[in-house]
Design a protein around this ligand. Structure first.
Ligand code: NI
Length: 138
């Protein structure tokens, strides 16, 4: 199997707090990350696809195609936003895990529609100390 990874990223803010919980409960789970004024991250997004190498281009997916997919499916909706405001997080706290699931879902369908490859995994790098992978993990 061949896997190709491209690294992207976007800046965004979030508040780690569930609407179902009290401020005290949120504080107990999320600590200072529950601060209602939010805080920001420069999220790294590693996108890995797999599929046949196109004999003409020598690539699994043309770089420009993956760039366009990322731009439309992730950068435009997520970049410079308060993630809690997005439909993706209407009922989910925008943790690294839930951000990774949302981005994986958006990219998987776009890759399926626009290429002969398939999305293997998405890694979200939230800080130098934490990241989260959705998909086939090795
Ligand atoms: Ni955070």
């Amino acid at each position: 199997m061949i896997a190709v990874t491209k690294r992207y990223g976007f800046p965004a803010a979030h508040v780690l707090a569930s609407r179902e919980l009290s401020p005290e409960e949120n504080e107990a789970i999320f600590g200072p990350c529950a601060n209602p004024n939010g805080h920001g991250h420069n999220y790294g997004v590693e996108v890995t696809v797999t599929g046949p190498i196109d004999p003409d281009s020598g690539q699994v997916v043309p770089e420009a195609t993956l760039d366009e997919i990322y731009q439309a499916a992730v950068a435009e909706p997520f970049s410079h936003r308060l993630l809690n405001d997005l439909e993706d997080f209407a009922t989910r706290v925008p943790t690294a895990e839930n951000i990774a699931v949302a981005i994986h879902g958006r990219l998987a369908s776009a890759v399926r529609r626009s290429t002969r490859a398939r999305l293997l995994r998405v890694r979200i790098v939230e800080t130098p100390r934490n990241s989260c992978v959705v998909g086939e993990v090795k």
